[in-house]
Design a protein around this ligand. Structure first.
Ligand SMILES: [Zn+2]
Length: 320
């Protein structure tokens, strides 16, 4: 049996909403009709074709546009979109450990992708208590920030510490069983969060800062801390995140550029601590990913069963 795949970061609802893409189309059809300069990489059909059993699907609103009430409204619209897809039988929302096991039992027959909901950035939450209604609808993962800083913590593009409200949110997450995603968190805030938060920790989409010197990626020390917490890192096959010299419009990089990050991360986290978090169609398309990776099924060439999905499944089974 082919190993199951897990992609720990896809902005599916944001893609459907902000770019108006119909993700229920076959990928080749979407590529014909899509008006954007970036060629799309993902639809629900391409996930199904590849055998992607679990996706960490984001609720994401750009904090540079609009205000908090707009963000909150959009988060709920995106949640309702995922629920509508589930009602149509296009996806299955995975809300707890029992749901995960039931999903994995059914997946080999029906290949319906399972979605775990991830709030990317806490800026839509007026207070830590706002997490509860989302948790009740199945939210199980949260990153405190997107690029910019917010009321909870500093982000990768606007560095700063964890705030008092950030600590309260982490306590609420621990109480309600919501895992912490370290992606996009400022380094200082990440260390403070690790100290305060006793629950499960991961990084859904980041690469090695040792190879691409940007606060967007994990330092070797943070990778060590993640290993000590039993966490998993999802690597991003996006050229600008693989080689600091790559610019939009440059030719696609060879796959070796990805394997350098994989080798670096596995040397620190161990082969059981690294998987995929592609972030595909999260602001870039086919033109910006390595050669040979044209859709999810091509990702199968990147690693063994652990890397492709079992590492994430083992991590989820530890706490979900
Ligand atoms: Zn992101």
């Amino acid at each position: 049996m082919e190993p199951v795949m897990v992609d720990a970061h896809l902005d599916l609802a944001h893609n459907a909403r902000a770019l108006g893409r119909d993700l229920t189309l076959p990928l080749d059809r979407l590529r014909e009709v899509d008006p954007h300069p970036e060629t799309p990489l993902v639809t629900l059909e391409s996930l199904r074709e590849a055998g992607v059993a679990v996706v960490f699907a984001t609720l994401f609103v750009d904090p540079r546009e609009g205000g908090r009430e707009d963000w909150e409204e959009e988060v709920w619209v995106q949640l309702h979109l995922y629920e509508a897809w589930e009602a149509q039988g296009l996806v299955r929302l995975v809300r707890d450990g029992r749901g995960l096991e039931a999903h994995l039992q059914r997946f080999p027959q029906d290949r319906v992708p399972g979605l775990l909901l991830l709030l990317e950035g806490a800026h839509a939450l007026a207070s830590p208590e706002d997490l509860l209604p989302l948790r009740e609808r199945g939210l199980r993962l949260l990153s405190l920030t997107w690029a910019t800083g917010n009321a909870y913590a500093g982000g990768n593009a606007e560095e700063g510490p964890l705030t008092e409200r950030g600590k309260a949110l982490l306590q609420a997450m621990a109480r309600w069983g919501v895992a912490l995603d370290l992606s996009h968190l400022a380094e200082e805030a990440a260390w403070q969060a690790l100290e305060v938060f006793p629950g499960p920790v991961c990084a859904t989409h980041a690469n090695a800062r040792a190879l691409v010197p940007s606060p967007r990626h994990l330092s070797d020390r943070l990778m060590e801390a993640l290993r000590e917490r039993g966490g998993v890192l999802g690597l991003v096959p996006f050229n600008a995140f693989l080689d600091p010299g790559w610019k939009r419009g440059d030719p696609r990089l060879p796959l070796e550029a990805f394997f350098r990050h994989k080798a670096h991360a596995e040397a620190i986290l161990g082969p059981g601590g690294v998987g995929l978090g592609t972030d595909w169609d999260g602001g870039f398309g086919l033109e910006a990913v390595p050669q040979g990776l044209d859709r999810h099924r091509d990702l199968r060439a990147l690693g063994d069963a652990g890397f492709l999905g079992e590492n994430w499944i083992r991590w989820l089974r530890g706490w979900l």
